[in-house]
Design a protein around this ligand. Sequence first.
Ligand code: KIV
Length: 272
Amino acid sequence: MSSDPKEYKRVTINSLVKMKKSQEKISMLTAYDYSMAKVVDAAGVDVILVGDSASNVMSGHETTIPITLNQMIYHAAAVVRASHRALVVVDLPFGSYQSDPQEALRSSIKIMKESGAHAVKVEGGNEIKESISRILNAGIPVMGHLGLTPQSIYKFGTYAVRAREDEEAKKLLSDAKTLEVLGCFAIVLEKIPSELAKLVAQSVNIPVIGIGAGSDVDGQVLVIHDLIGLTKEFNPRFLRRYMNLHDEMKNAIERYVSDVKSVDFPNRKEQY
Ligand code: KIV
């Protein structure tokens, strides 16, 4: 593969469907800014999600509810400028699509026009099907999100595993089929039993990407800050940390502070 990211062919929604058919797993990771997205794109991630988890990891909010449409667009535009290979998907934030289909379309158009992203993601199934149709009818690709949907956290009251009971599992399967019939190009399944996730992935022809949904799905997604260990306090069972960046950064910054205090930095070679 070329080391020049500009030479990469862009991943499209069609490539993802082909990957499902050929059983090649899809890698998806969040990014919210230019520098991080450049690394994620160069590392060969297939889909970059500008998640509304930006509300947590970039702004320090407890939930994803406060982040606004304009803030999502700010993050998304920076990610788009950095990415040459990955498909860039942007979360429609809470309150920008639930009230009526017109608003859902207006919000999606604003994201597509002002950020240059390639698709939007929405949380929910049957209850928002008119909004999903409206967005799709305008030619904007939509990714669904079922299971633990953080925008509904106050309705659930907990971040525990979803759809353990029969009734909720049946609704989730039916919602997944609805999303496929409506024309969504993929579905994220968050924090549900792996057997149910496997059944969903086998029941629809569109890619199913899991987070805390086991390995029998078509791909995986994580929040980048969790993967690189910048967040220390979030430790769900599904998370694999590939680095301990929080401690490595802290150590580097402590050495910098010490070098400044002792006038070790800058040295003769580091000045004009
Ligand atoms: O906002 C986000 O980061 C997400 C992922 C957890 C799927 O929706």
